[in-house]
Design a protein around this ligand. Structure first.
Ligand code: CTP
Ligand code: MG
Length: 268
């Protein structure tokens, strides 16, 4: 399998979360979300370069985090650069910094810290076969096409849910394909909500690799709470009871309340 360059957009303001510190720089269990995400990619062992577009105020913090993880001995080149107004502008800036010799470019939101290294490699494998592959999950809710006028929101069309998938990242592309997609989008003034949509506009198929629900994007306050819980669980996994239950006492799972001592067995 080939090596790849990672673009990790981290320049957003986190409007929907409404936190003072931008999402990638929020600390959970002692590490920033950006560091946790970077760690998952380090574990793939295929990383050749990391480019992080971020806002000016956080460039030092991003550089420190990346250089802690990717010391000289790793051979991974790190560039922290200025992001843009839209996510697509941040990626466009980052593409200009990716080494021309690297054949595969992986784009992943800095705020999806639970992506599994093995899943990243599955997407890379598909991309190597078809030049464009992304992680996605089948839509779990029914999706309505909404219309809106004078404060009223209504629908008249419900697309067939069995054909709908929700795009996640990583999204991995052959380097020349994603560069061409970005050039065309800029020429036509097209702004997409993900990178794959720019490639689709070239008439190129994008393979979907089924991902997991754990790879959610930290977007709203409830997502941050869930992320905190999951990271706490990772850093402090529950102890598994290995010793047998004492004779005469039935073992109870930690989720079951023990039976009261003087329970009335005849009670329903
Ligand atoms: N991002 C970026 N440059 C922008 C906007 C977003 O690099 N101009 C990054 C974010 O930092 C995030 C990723 O793209 O890691 C996904 O974007 P999103 O979840 O939408 O984050 P924000 O744009 O920060 O949040 P919001 O849309 O709620 O403002
Ligand atoms: Mg955004």
């Amino acid at each position: 399998m080939s090596g790849f360059a990672l673009i990790l957009p981290a320049a957003g303001s986190g409007r929907r979360l409404g936190n003072v510190v931008p999402k990638p720089y929020i600390r959970l269990e002692g590490r920033t979300i950006l560091e946790v995400t970077l760690g998952r990619f380090k574990e793939t062992g295929r990383l050749e370069q990391v480019v992080i577009p971020t806002s000016g105020a956080y460039m030092d913090e991003a550089s420190d985090a990346a250089s802690r993880l990717f010391g000289a001995e790793t051979g991974v080149k790190v560039s922290v650069i200025e992001g843009g107004a839209e996510r697509q502008d941040s990626i466009a800036n980052a593409l200009a910094h990716v080494d021309d010799r690297i054949g595969w470019i992986c784009i992943h939101d800095a705020v999806r810290p639970f992506v599994k290294p093995s899943t990243i490699l599955s997407v890379l494998e598909r991309a190597e076969a078809t030049h464009a592959a992304i992680l996605a999950v089948p839509a779990k809710d029914t999706i309505k096409q909404a219309l809106c006028e004078n404060n009223r929101i209504w629908t008249r069309f419900t697309p067939d849910r069995s054909t709908l998938w929700q795009a996640q990242t990583p999204q991995i592309f052959a380097s020349d394909l994603i560069r061409r997609a970005y050039r065309e989008a800029a020429r036509e003034g097209f702004i997409g909500t993900d990178d794959a949509s720019l490639v689709e506009r070239l008439g190129h198929d994008v393979d979907l690799v089924e991902g997991g629900r754990e790879n959610f994007k930290i977007t709203y306050p409830v997502d941050l709470q869930l992320a905190e819980l999951l990271l706490r669980k990772e850093s402090d996994p529950p102890q598994v009871q290995v010793s047998p239950a004492p004779a005469g006492k039935a073992a109870t799972s930690s989720n079951q309340a023990p039976a009261p001592q003087n329970a009335d067995a005849s009670h329903p």
